[in-house]
Design a protein around this ligand. Structure first.
Ligand code: HEC
Length: 129
């Protein structure tokens, strides 16, 4: 007897949450939130031509890709998380107490072009291209 009312209640809560999310798709709202994370943790090194990140990437790609990180259009969320969590060369890694998983997600959305974002799930399931 108790099963039905609680199942209905859960159903209601679930549909309320889905309903709230449909107005503004998360992927569209996230870039702004991601920009704030980027501004706080990454832009010092990556958003000016003279920043150490920009200089290292300029050297790495010899101008074939933009040295300024948020002008790139080839980065995948998976690659960004990997670099942020583990660091690369003298770029430090960032802990979850600094950049939470949710913030890292938003950062990935901000730095990833829409075209790559759409392939996110298949890419994860098959382990990459
Ligand atoms: C202390 C400076 C510094 C900070 C802060 C920093 N980075 Fe970096 N980052 C670097 C350097 C230097 C490299 C290049 C390493 C190399 O030589 O490959 C790099 C490389 C990268 C790359 C690899 C790009 C490529 O083409 O291989 C990504 C992605 C990246 N950083 C993302 C971030 C993000 C996101 C943040 C903020 C959470 C961040 N970085 C913060 C210095 C920094």
């Amino acid at each position: 007897m108790q099963v039905w009312p609680s199942a209905l209640l859960l159903g209601c809560i679930a549909s309320m949450q889905t309903g709230a999310a449909t107005g503004a798709p998360v992927a569209d709202a996230a870039p702004d939130a991601g920009a704030a994370v980027y501004g706080k943790w990454c832009s010092d090194c990556h958003s000016t031509a003279g920043g150490p990140g920009s200089m290292a990437l300029e050297r790495k790609y010899h101008g074939s890709l933009p040295a300024i990180l948020n002008r790139r259009s080839d980065l995948s969320p998976e690659y960004i998380s990997q670099v942020v969590r583990h660091g690369v060369s003298f770029m430090p890694s960032f802990r979850k107490t600094e950049i939470s998983d949710a913030e890292l997600d938003r950062l990935g959305t901000y730095l990833t072009p829409r075209s790559l974002r759409n392939h996110r799930r298949p890419a994860r399931a098959t382990g990459g291209e």
